[in-house]
Every structure is written in C-alpha cells, then in structure tokens.
Design a protein around this ligand. Structure first.
Ligand code: AR6
Length: 524
C-alpha cells in the first residue's frame, strides 16, 4: 500500500482528537418569524424555568392539529342518533382511568386507545404489546405497568404543557421549533396513546400522506423480538420523563428544517476546493465517537423511518436511544431532495448493543453532554436521506450523483453567519449503503466532496470494515497529494459513470481515479 510507506497515515488524514468540535457561543434565544419557541423566553432568561408560552392552537394546514382543541371530535353513533363529541373528553376519561391505576395492563391500553379511535376498533392489532407483557419477567412487567399509568398521566398534561400552535415544518420552508424536553415528552405520551387527530390514515390522498406517522399504533402490532427491545427503550425513556419534578431533564431541543434553493446549489464541475481533513476508522460509531461533531442520521425522507414499525438500522436505533427525535415525526413533512432536518440538543437515554436483529436495549445511559446557553445538550444531528437503489448500477449516473452531492451538501452546510472555523467536523459513515443499497466507496467520495465545499472536516466510521477504511484513507491521501479539486474529481466521476455505461463492466472506482490521474500527470 502507498508504495510500502506509512506516510499516508499522516498528512491530511488525521487523528480523531484533531478534528473540530462544537464550541460556538450562541446569541440569546429569541423567537422570530423563522423560529417558533414553545416556552416563555423571558421567563427562561429571568427565572431559568421552562414555562409554556401562552398562545393558542390553530386548526389549519400550517399547524399540528392538537387532540385537546374543540375542533377535534369523535362521531358517536347511538341507537337513536349520530352526534359529534369533543375527542379530548373521551381521551380524558380513558386516560384518567389509567393514570389513577397503579398498574395498567396491555388490554386496558388497547381498550382505551380504541375508545377514542373507534374507526380502528377492528383494524388495529395490539399483539406485540400483549406478547411483550406476557414474555417479560414479573419484575419488568410490574415496572412497565406502572410506566403505562405514568404515560397516561403525562399525556393528560397536554393543554397545560403546549399552549401555542406548533407549526408544521413544510417542504420548502426554513423554520425552527424549540421546545422543552418536558414538552416533547408530553407530546410523545400523546403519540404513545394515539391521540393525534387525522394522523391514522396513511393512504396517498390522506391529509398527512406526506408526513411520517406519529401515533404509536404501528409499534403495538406485528410482534417480533425486535419489538421487545423497542418497548424496553421507549418505556425506559418514559420512566425517566415521569420522575418527580426535580429529577426531570430540564433543557430545550431545537428542530430546524433547512433547504437550499436551486440557484444556490454548488456548480460541482467548477469547484476549486481541495478535500478537507479526514479521519477514517473501522472502530467506533457516529454517536459514540462523534461527540461534539455534526452527526449524520442515515435517514428516510420521512424522518425516523421505521422506528415505530419494525425497522432497526442506524436511524431507528438513533431514534430509540434518543427518543426525543421521534417528535420530529409530528411536524416534519417529507424531506425534499435539497432539504435536511437538524436537531440540536436531544438527549441520549439508553445504551444498546448489536444491530438490526441482534439489537438489544442494554440499560439506561446517563447523558453527561454539556448544555449550551439555551440549555440544549451539545449534540447536533442532521437527518439526510440518501437515494434508495434497487440495482447497484443505478447510482453510477451523474443525475443520481448530483442529487446525492446536493443532499449531502445541504446537510453539511454551516450557518452563513458563523465563520467556518467554528464549524464542527462531520461524523458520518456508510450513508445510504445499508438498507438503501449504495456503494460505500462512491458515497465516501461524495461526502468528502460535499464536506470540502461546506468547509468542514470529517470523521468517517466504516463500521468494522477494515478494507474500506484502508481504501478511503488511501484515496483521500492520493487526492490531496495530487491537489485534486472537487471540480476535477467531479469530472472523473462523470468519466467513470460514462465508462460503466458504455462498457458495462465494473472497474473499481478508486482504481479508475488513480489510473486517470496517473495518465494526466504523465501527459504533463
Ligand atoms: N455508526 C456508524 N456507522 C453505522 C452505524 C453507526 N451507529 N450504524 C450503521 N452504520 P443504514 P441507509 C453503517 O442501512 O442505507 C432506515 O430504515 C453500517 O455499515 O441504516 O442510508 C432509514 O429510516 C450500515 O450498513 O442506512 C432509511 O429508511 C450503514 O451505515 C434507511 O434505513 C448504513 O446504515 C436508510 O438506509
């Protein structure tokens, strides 16, 4: 490798500790037309308390439709007539009963949820919840029964907890929502008990077809061992968020939808940037070893992907160990090709081992991540969705390459008003290369190019793949040694795609690049 010398280990590829971390001083938290803050900002600064901002909920297409407003109704059919009743009355009645009980059973949960979702009486299955309660040990069962009661209590706080309209983060908008960890827990408790109106139908023409699901119903059906681990993570989160007041996590979390207008997208072919600093490791994970960096969520365009279903890969695991992320599903419309969602301040509650079918919840995580001036954990995650390739060859096409370059760039781009010196490095890895069938060598290059234009360093975790680690380190070394710009690399990718198209043979991408560089350098 590299002529038998070890010099490729130094130069531009570097140690993890040499990469930039989050160290920015923030300006004062304030709301604006582009930032909805759901806590009272003045009281936050003066009393350091998180009190719900006064306001009102709005029942229209721009806001989350809340279950606790007059417009939310259930149709009651009696023997004599059909009438509409406030749905919150029914929710209150059912959940109060659960909240009063010291231990709630799976059947009681099912009955309660179906009472205020009568349309789904015969459709929804709760077999996973029932099985879980059957298979767990007695001590676990009694803990979870108690947690079910506490979640019901928490859900009932909604009218006091969230008083101001929660805007939907719609396609094409740049908008942030900041809310307290307690408010998130209350919203998630409602999601758990499936109280959000108009969010149960998912067919193409339904009102929220372009949004992820939020009511937890899909978690309760379709039993598998995966569900047991998911329940453990979720119940643990709620058990923390229903402790006594003093022991509750007290902080804020911000969700920001960002996008880039077509006219502001980089002209990749003519970009003159060189690749930035890179650390590549086959050991470690984004969330553990990327502390203080911008951590990439290998997302679905419906953020959270299969977290409330059976999915259990990088994004779902991330959402299970940091369940505050799940609330993004309440208000984040499907991501467009040049959009991303950034989440700042979420907390990690759980530890895990394994991956996919071997994933296990292994216990509580004590999050000691410092908080910033807005009392947010210094953790920033960016959700970017790669393309899902059915056939590997599809991705070697410049239209697709452009899409992925632009998407990665959207996620990596820093704030315009922050000097690049303050941009934390990106912590990423095989984005789009698992469930979505991407080629890790191509995706690594694409991410390096996007990072270069976004002026960020990068830590790349190959997830136990030693060969890939070596390959990426070497191509990065080779490209920096030859001062290859992003534009030149782009042209080489174009030639490579063309080659694949014409010869339908699979030359190795990195070999192709090295070869074409050798040819051009020897010509000069
Ligand atoms: N740290 C570093 N690398 C990781 C980690 C981690 N914690 N976890 C996994 N990898 P995948 P995709 C590596 O399949 O292909 C979800 O359902 C590992 O090599 O999660 O973009 C979403 O909701 C793994 O094979 O991402 C989307 O619908 C690779 O990253 C869809 O999957 C890709 O992980 C996205 O699929």
């Amino acid at each position: 490798a590299a002529g038998g010398s070890d010099d490729w280990k130094t130069e531009n590829s570097c140690q993890l500790k040499d990469l930039k971390r989050d160290h920015l001083q923030l300006e004062k938290l304030h709301f604006s037309p582009f930032h909805t803050v759901l806590v009272d900002v003045d009281r936050f600064w003066i009393e350091k308390r998180f009190v719900a901002k006064e306001g009102r909920h709005i029942w229209d297409k721009n806001f989350v439709k809340m279950p606790c407003v007059d417009e939310s109704v259930v149709t009651k059919e009696t023997f004599m007539s059909t009438g509409k009743q406030p749905r919150w009355d029914s929710i209150k009645k059912q959940l109060s009963r659960l909240a009063k009980s010291s231990s709630v059973t799976a059947s009681e949960v099912e009955t309660a949820i179906k009472k205020f979702n009568p349309k789904y009486q015969d459709q929804w299955s709760f077999d996973a919840l029932h099985t879980f309660f059957k298979v767990v040990a007695e001590s676990e069962r009694s803990t979870y029964s108690h947690t079910l009661s506490r979640i019901a209590h928490l859900a009932l706080m909604l009218p006091h907890s969230c008083k101001k309209g929660i805007p939907l983060l719609r396609q094409g908008q740049k908008h942030s929502i900041t809310l307290s960890q307690r408010q998130i827990a209350c919203l998630l408790a409602n999601a758990f008990y499936c109280t959000f109106p108009h969010r149960n139908t998912t067919h193409a023409r339904s009102e929220y077809a372009n949004y992820p699901t939020i009511n937890f119903q899909s978690l309760f059906g379709n039993w598998s061992d995966r569900k047991a681990q998911k329940f453990r993570a979720i119940f643990h989160y709620f058990s923390v968020m229903t402790r006594e007041e003093e022991a509750l996590p007290k902080g804020l979390v911000t969700f920001t939808r960002c996008g880039i207008e077509d006219r502001d997208l980089p002209q990749w072919r003519s970009r003159a940037e060189m690749l930035t600093k890179l650390h590549v490791s086959s050991k470690g994970t984004i969330e553990k070893d990327g502390v203080g960096m911008l951590q990439v969520d290998f997302a679905c365009n419906m953020v959270g992907g299969g977290v409330l279903g059976s999915g259990l890969v990088q994004e779902e695991i991330l959402f299970l160990i940091n369940p505050e992320l799940i609330v993004a599903r309440l208000f984040t419309e499907k991501l467009g090709d040049t959009e991303c969602l950034k989440i700042t301040g979420s907390q990690q509650y759980s530890e895990y081992s394994g991956y996919s079918d071997s994933f296990k919840w292994t216990g509580p995580h004590e999050d000691t991540t410092q908080r910033d001036e807005w009392e947010r954990r210094r953790r920033q995650i960016v959700a970017i969705d790669a393309l899902n390739f059915k056939y590997p060859r599809e991705q070697f096409n410049m239209k697709k390459v452009n899409r992925e370059l632009n998407k990665a760039y959207c996620g990596f781009k820093g704030e315009d008003n922050v000097p690049p010196d303050y941009y934390p490095a990106i912590a990423t890895g095989n984005w789009g290369c698992g469930a979505f069938g991407g080629d890790p060598k191509l995706k690594a290059l694409i991410q390096m190019m996007a990072a270069a234009v976004a002026k960020r360093e990068m830590a790349y975790f190959t997830f136990k793949n030693n060969d890939l680690q070596m390959d990426i380190v070497m191509i990065h070394h080779f490209l920096t040694k030859h001062h290859v710009t992003v534009g030149r690399l782009y042209k080489m990718l174009d030639e490579y795609c063309d080659d694949i198209y014409r010869h339908s043979r699979a030359t190795d991408l990195y070999e192709f690049i090295k070869q074409s560089l050798r040819v051009t350098t020897s010509k000069h």
